[in-house]
Design a protein around this ligand. Sequence first.
Ligand code: G1P
Length: 206
Amino acid sequence: MDGVIVDTAKFHFKAWQRLADSLSIPFTEEQNEQLKGVSRVDSLEKILQWGNLELNNQKKLELMELKNKWYLEYVEEVNPSDMLPGTFQFLNELKNAGIKIGLGSSSKNSILILKKLGIIDFFDTIVDGNIIHMSKPHPEVFLKGAKDLGVEPSETVVFEDAISGVQAAKAGGFHCIGIGDSNILNLADLVVKSLEDVKVETLHQF
Ligand code: G1P
């Protein structure tokens, strides 16, 4: 979801950066690539590790709540115009072609965001951070999604903007189209700039 269908990855970055700043931990855009697709708790652990900071569980919970509070403030105004190029058209095309659609996200905010975008009804299943136990790069999120849809990984295409997500898709035996930079998402079977560059026929090559 974040960074594939909606431009919310920038708000996660902004909120994590604010949190890192508050802890005096340097945090770059390159480091942020490693947080994409990674659960809230695992993202925090990585930042603390980069800062060589050890905190107790209570403090970690407070920091995660703070980051999420800031993130929710940033996404307050999110609306259908924040969908990334081609998203609405591609979802429609898939629906018309009778192709099942699942959401596989590490975020616990996925339902809120999908409602803000007005596209929640497109999804035949939603598997997110509230349901899964193991964050990407573990394939659980996609395996659960495929099971819900009644399809095999080998007949499913995963769309991912995150390194951890591409790794998860490939580890689960899925085909994977990367959205973004082919130098970063080099494990994907195909990399495109946005969903604007994908058609139903693109899926038939797999
Ligand atoms: C979580 C993480 C964030 C990560 C995102 C991926 O979102 O906080 O670092 O990039 O998943 O979708 P949250 O549950 O906080 O919305």
